[in-house]
Design a protein around this ligand. Structure first.
Ligand SMILES: O=C(O)[C@H]1O[C@H](OP(=O)(O)OP(=O)(O)OC[C@H]2O[C@@H](n3ccc(=O)[nH]c3=O)[C@H](O)[C@@H]2O)[C@H](O)[C@@H](O)[C@H]1O
Length: 431
């Protein structure tokens, strides 16, 4: 919509965004006495206060992106208890996206080794929120409290930093999924860009500033054809808005590191899978549909080219995340002021052995003992790339990262969890 169109529709009073009140209620009419060209007249001016933020920065289309209630002495006590460090030299970690797939596993692992962990999640309905609630229940049993809120809520984040002096932030809250970006682009900007900036704003002003480890993505390599992907490769041709927002996150990280001395480590995850995984991912919904006898779309590239992923098992990713936290140096600033250069890193966390999607389906068939109804389709141009393959030598050297789970072994664990979780009366197994 061009500016003039927008103005006309605004004058009509019909233009609104995602069920929000019309934008013009923030606008005003001005009556001005104008002189010029030998004439004097009254001029009516419409001051249009259009905030693009309303279109892309806010995502109110989701049921769960609502206002949350928080605060009060018993709430603060729960926050403090959850974040309390039990091991000597342990960390106090704020984990955003704690009810998510990776967030749950990382929170549980940190808690197990005696770190203080406070979870944070908005429980949005991108996929079945009951799975997030089940993960929350698991974490609660191990002593991790998840604060319900959105990372764009600066008052809430600020409050958390007043209650707890977090040493680290593990930032995993994000809008994931490469294909969904075409349906709901605003949700990617809301979480992965505006939300990240909101969090960094609070971290930069915190005293002490925490060190931040956050989830980037293998998708930043976009249309690159040189494999394996190395951190030194170009990342300027993303194939999806998801990838573009993760790439933007890496640039934003650079800025906050440069200006405020925040210690920042980005982790480029490669197609993470495993128990308690994300139902929007192919291995998960393939399992569901194979069991239901539904056909599954298997993508192939032009000329029957193989589509493959460097599928990485969740336990390996968790080790990489902990390695990143353990080697993160302190931020150098305090109260919004930098006092020296701070650490800035980006690592690939992959498995270094890409597997064709058709082989993934064969493994699932064997494990489920059901023949899949395969429907081979051309790779759609909606965000997917043909191939991913991580070079992990940098993470190996710096983080001691060494993936040990092949796809067959990892999927076996996933399928065992899946069958147990979705059986009648299931949903209680441990991480
Ligand atoms: O590494 C990442 O950073 C990203 O990993 C994940 O993206 P992808 O690698 O695309 O995973 P996923 O959708 O499971 O598709 C797997 C394979 O199945 C193929 N695929 C997919 C759907 C389908 O219907 N058919 C099909 O063949 C498809 O072509 C692909 O080859 C995360 O979702 C994303 O959030 C991000 O974290």
């Amino acid at each position: 919509m061009d500016a003039d169109n927008r103005r006309l529709i605004l004058l009509d009073g019909k233009y609104n965004v995602s069920g929000q009140p019309p934008l013009w209620d923030r606008s005003s009419l001005l009556l001005r006495w104008s002189r010029g060209g030998g004439q004097s007249r009254w001029v009516v001016e419409l001051i249009v206060n259009v905030e693009l933020r309303l279109e892309y920065g806010q995502d109110t289309t989701r049921r769960s992106l609502r206002t949350f209630s928080w605060g009060g002495p018993s709430w603060e006590k729960r926050v403090r208890n959850s974040a309390k460090v039990r091991a000597s030299n342990g960390f106090s970690v704020l984990v955003t996206g704690a009810a998510g797939f990776v967030g749950t596993h990382v929170s549980a692992a940190l808690k197990r080794r005696g770190d203080g962990v406070l979870g944070f999640d908005n429980f949005n309905d991108y996929y079945d929120p009951s799975l997030k609630r089940a993960r929350q229940a698991l974490l609660e049993r191990s002593g991790v409290f998840i604060v319900e809120g959105d990372i764009n809520d600066q008052a809430l984040l600020k409050k958390l930093f007043e209650v707890v002096a977090f040493t680290h932030v593990m930032h995993l809250a994000a809008q994931a999924g490469v294909r969904y970006a075409m349906q709901n682009p605003g949700s990617y900007v809301h979480s992965n860009i505006a939300g990240f900036v909101s969090l960094l704003e609070i971290c930069k002003s915190a005293n002490p500033q925490p060190a931040i480890v956050w989830a980037s993505s293998s998708s930043v390599y976009g249309l690159n054809t040189k494999v394996p992907f190395s951190e030194k490769d170009r990342t300027d041709q993303p194939a999806s808005l998801y990838a573009a927002t993760k790439k933007a996150g890496e640039e934003i990280a650079h800025t906050y590191n440069h200006i405020y001395g925040l210690s920042l480590t980005g982790l480029r995850f490669f197609t993470v899978y495993g128990p308690w995984g994300r139902p929007d991912m192919a291995y998960f919904f393939f399992t569901k549909d194979i069991l239901k006898g539904k056909s599954i779309p298997i993508f192939e590239a032009a000329n029957h080219g193989t589509v493959a992923r460097d599928f990485t098992y969740i336990d390996d990713i968790v080790k990489g995340c902990l390695g990143a936290l353990d080697t993160a140096e302190k931020s150098t600033g305090s109260g919004g002021k930098k006092s020296g250069a701070a650490q800035l890193r980006v690592f690939n966390l992959g498995n270094t052995s890409p597997v064709p999607v058709s082989d993934l389906v064969s493994i699932l068939e064997r494990l489920l003992k059901v023949k899949a109804k395969r429907m081979v389709m051309k790779l759609p141009r909606n965000g997917d790339v043909q191939y991913t393959h991580a070079n992990i030598s940098y993470a190996q050297r710096e983080l001691g990262y060494k993936p040990t789970t092949d796809l067959q072994t990892g999927l076996k664990k996933f399928v065992r969890w899946y069958l147990n979780y979705y059986k009648p009366g299931g949903k209680k197994s441990a991480v």
